[in-house]
Structures are given as C-alpha cells and as structure tokens.
Design a protein around this ligand. Structure first.
Ligand code: NOJ
Length: 532
C-alpha cells in the first residue's frame, strides 16, 4: 500500500488543510443577520492563526438563495446579500497577504431557475435552442412523467413548465439541470473558470462533479426490491462503505463527464501557481472516486468514505486501506473529511455530548496524520454539535420538499464571542438567520481561546504539529495491528493510534507529540495520539 513518493510532486494542495467557509454562517459584516464577504475578510487572521493553508468558500454568486447559493443566477457576480465583486477582490487579496489560498465553489450541474438561460428557455418554448441548454421532455403518451427519477431533495425530479413540457432537476425545482451535451454549456463554464482564475483564485470546489451528464436515453432507474427510487448517494449514509452494493444510477457518474474535466485541467494548467480543482463526487466506490483524479483530470476528489463510516476501528481501517489503494492506482493523492455543510456534524454523529466530542477530536487527529490533504468545516474547531433547529426555523429545501430533517443543523452561525446570540457573529442584535442555541457561551472563539483544554486550542496545536511533517513525511502508510478496536499506522516519523474500544489499550513506544485527550501510559477509550 502507499504511493511512490517520486510520483508525488509537492503542489501546495497535496498536503494542505483547507477550511470550508459557509458564507451565510461564518461572519456578518453588516449586521443583517446573514454572513457576508466583508465578514469573512475580517476573520481571515483567525484562520491564518488557526493554522490552515487554504479556505474553500461555498457559493456567494448572484442567487435567489433557494438552496443558499447552490442555485446560481449569475456565475460572474456576487449576490448583494454577500457583497460585491470589489469585496471578493479584497477577500482574495487579504487571504493571499496572510498566506492563505482561496478555493471558490463552482456549480455546473444546474443553474438557478432565475438564470437568464432558463428564463430564455421558458420563454422560447419546446424545440428551441434555448430549451436545449436544459433537459426538457414531454410527458409520456399516458401522461406520466418522462422517467422515474427522484430529486435528491425528495419528490419527482421533473417539474412542469407552464406550456406543459417537463424539465429535469436532480435537486430543487428551482435548480434545473443543464444539458451538457449542448456545447454552449461547456463553453460557458470555461469562461466562468477564466473569470475567477483571472481574479486570482487558487482553485475550485466543483459541486456535483459526478452529475452533468445523464445517460442519453434518460431511461428509468432500475430500483432494487425493497428500496424506493432515489438518486441520493447520501441516503446510504448509515450503511458502511465496505458493505454497500453498487446501485443503478443512470443520472450519475457517466463516462462523458471526464472529458469536461480534462478540458478544465488544460484551462487551469495555463495559469501560474498550481491552480487546483477538487471534485465533490458522491460516487459509489473508492475506485470510481479515483477515476476523477486520473492524470489530466481533477487535482483531488473529496473522499467521503470516512464521513460515511460508523465509530468502528474496523471500518476506519478499511477506509484508510481502501482509499490509499484506490488513489494509488491512479497516482493521485488522498483527501479526508469528517464534516461539511451537508451532513450531521461529527461530534453528533459519534454520539454527541462529552463522548461525541472526545471521539470527534480523536477521529480528527487520526485523519490529520494521514497523507494527502484534509478538509475542515467551519465550527468543528470549536467542537460545535449539530443543532436541533425548530421546524419553523428550518430553511433547507430538503426540509421544505420532504417535511423531514435537512441540513440546517450544521449551518447555524458561528459563535465568536459574548454570552448570548448573535455571539459576535455580526454587529446586529438578536438571532441571526438560523437561531443559535442559548448554551453556546462556553464554546465561542473568545471563550475557547487560551484555554488549553478547549477544542480550539487542540485544533491549533494539532495543525501546528502537522505542519512539522505533512509536507515531508511522504505518502506511505504502514498499518499496525494493535488489536481489533485500534486504528494504528506509521507515516514517516509519526505513529498515530486511535482507540475506538471501550477500555484503555497500551501505548506503543514513543514520545507523545499530541493527544486528543488525557493519556498516561495507556490510551483511553475514544482517544487518539501521535507518537514521534
Ligand atoms: C452539493 C452541495 O454541497 C449541496 O449543499 C447542494 O445542495 C447540492 N450539491 C446541490 O447543488
């Protein structure tokens, strides 16, 4: 297992720690209760001090905000809610001054229904070139929908236009899917890439990168007995990766999509400074994920395997081995992620409370020792749990379409300081766009700063130690067998050990570089350590 070091040139992104900023919820510069670009810029020194290398900013483009920015009406402008292009320029410049790279989000699978192309398509009518930029179809002769596909956000993936034709939307009805078989679509996105590269961004996070092309026939999805037709990779979230069977998905992961990324690779390669792009591709196996990072395609792909695994040494070890083997096949470098704006925060996934927090810190420390790059989600460095948002406050289109759950609980604005909402989130008073819990005073940035027992100081320390070896320790990992409940591996000068069991285990020889909790010769349950 492992990669040949000589095949791993040291582009910055190969060993970076990237911090995801969800702009609505990071910092509010103007006091309207919603985060914005000036707010982010004002907090960049905090991120530089935390010790991350890059930030990825979720979409800030012109958007009616039906999916909080993942419904883009203009890819080359900023939504007034978040600021202006000048604010974006100022953010990029300040980040670079502080030594932080900037990755922006690109949403090529669908536009907003308010995008000028979709408005033109509605106006132009069936059979028009304007409609061909999207996926419009007539109902079947019996009047039923064009096929049985379901939206990721629940309900059918088809909505009827006023003239009777249906259009495809794998997400919300306000997010019509583009027709990537129409060359105008590909050309438009190359212009968008250049627009942001010219403004100085260092990379792109590509939304729904496994989407874009659908099987040309738009045939029905074959649905396994006992399951409902669904196109949501995340509905498998409670099923360990190792046990998942590959489902029929004519709407995802089609071979043609790779031509798009080969073209984009060429576009990026013409710019200086190791510009990169990372795929959000919820593919079904490590191997299909690795296909996106073949030479000449994406720089990286998010690896959701660990995030999908339960609290289990066996599952974690399988994820590490499976990931390293898969990326090794294509000479790529791995990525690791435990939380993002789409999933339940890992403190809560691992049981919540003190145990959930201990496990979350332990998993994070283990992940940070691995080769490749890591993605952190805003607020995890404070140990924020998932918030149980009241139904009347929920805004996620998933909740609006299904009446269930949704992703608002991981999107509650960051508590910076003070003892009551908005906890320094912005200059306003009272609750921000999603209400913050009343008991967050002890976990603000202010409260945790300087407290050696805090999650924030733990993250700062872990990132500082990581910096001493991440770029030079190579990509080889030697897995150590320390018992069924233990994940252990050696990478270069560092040995990482994670105890997922219920009782302490002996610590191997070595000097403790950092631990996720108290250690005293043994490694307690729910604790990880780096030994040097
Ligand atoms: C994935 C994004 O992470 C998610 O937030 C969004 O709702 C969908 N793609 C649709 O763009």
């Amino acid at each position: 297992m492992g990669l040949n070091d000589q095949m791993s040139p040291q582009e910055w992104w190969r060993h970076a720690v990237t911090y995801q900023v969800y702009p609505r919820s990071f910092a509010d510069g103007n006091g309207d209760g919603v985060g914005d670009l000036p707010g982010i810029t004002s907090r960049l020194p905090y991120l530089a001090d935390l010790g991350v290398d890059a930030i990825w900013i979720s979409p800030f483009y012109t958007s009616p905000q039906a999916d909080h920015g993942y419904d883009v009406a203009d890819y080359c402008d900023i939504d007034p809610l978040f600021g202006s292009l000048d604010d974006a320029d100022a953010l990029i410049a300040r980040a670079h001054e502080l030594g932080l790279k900037v990755i922006v989000d690109l949403v090529p699978n669908h536009t907003s229904s308010e995008h000028e192309w979709f408005q033109a398509a509605l106006a132009a009518g069936p059979g028009s070139p304007e409609r061909d930029r999207y996926i419009f179809r007539d109902a079947k002769p019996d009047g039923s929908l064009p096929n049985n596909w379901m939206s990721v956000f629940g309900g059918p993936a088809w909505t009827q236009a006023p003239d009777g034709q249906y259009y495809l939307h794998l997400f919300d009805s306000s997010q019509p899917d583009l027709n990537w078989r129409n060359p105008e679509v590909g050309d438009m996105f190359v212009e968008v890439l250049r627009f942001w590269l010219d403004r100085g961004v260092d990379g792109f996070r590509v939304d729904v990168a496994h989407g874009l092309f659908k099987e040309e026939s738009l045939r029905d999805q074959v649905v396994e007995a006992g399951k409902t037709a669904s196109s949501d990779a995340r509905d498998a979230a409670d099923v360990p990766m190792v046990e998942r069977t590959v489902r029929d998905e004519p709407m995802w992961d089609q071979p043609e999509v790779h031509d798009v990324y080969r073209r984009w690779h060429e576009v990026l390669a013409k710019y200086d400074g190791d510009r990169m792009f990372v795929a959000e591709a919820w593919t079904q196996t490590p191997e299909s994920m690795a296909a996106y990072i073949r030479p000449g395609e994406f720089s990286q792909a998010f690896n959701f395997a660990w995030l999908l695994a339960g609290w289990s040494a066996e599952e974690f070890a399988a994820v590490i081995t499976g990931t390293m083997d898969a990326v090794g096949l294509v000479g790529g470098s791995p990525t690791w992620v435990l939380s993002n704006h789409d999933v339940v925060r890992h403190v809560t996934r691992y049981g919540g409370g003190a145990v959930g927090l201990a496990r979350a810190k332990a998993a994070t420390l283990t992940m940070l020792a691995l080769p490749g790059s890591a993605y952190l989600y805003q607020g995890e460095e404070l140990g924020l749990p998932e918030v149980d948002v009241a139904d009347e406050d929920r805004q996620d289109p998933f909740f609006i379409r299904t009446g269930e759950g949704g992703r608002d609980g991981c999107r509650v604005p960051i508590p910076w300081s003070g003892t009551a909402a908005p906890y320094g989130f912005g200059p306003g008073t009272g609750q921000p766009w999603l209400p913050q819990p009343a008991d967050w005073a002890p976990i603000t940035v202010e409260a945790e700063t300087g407290d050696d027992s805090s999650t924030l100081e733990f993250y700062r320390a872990a990132l500082a130690v990581r910096r001493t070896f991440a770029a030079t320790a190579g990509d080889d990992v030697e897995v150590l067998d320390l018992g069924a409940d233990v994940v252990a591996f050696r990478r270069g000068p560092v040995t990482a050990v994670l105890n997922c069991g219920a009782t302490p285990v002996p610590l191997p020889e070595g000097r403790v570089l950092i631990a996720s909790g108290p250690v005293d010769g043994t490694l307690p349950a729910d604790t990880a350590v780096w030994l040097g």
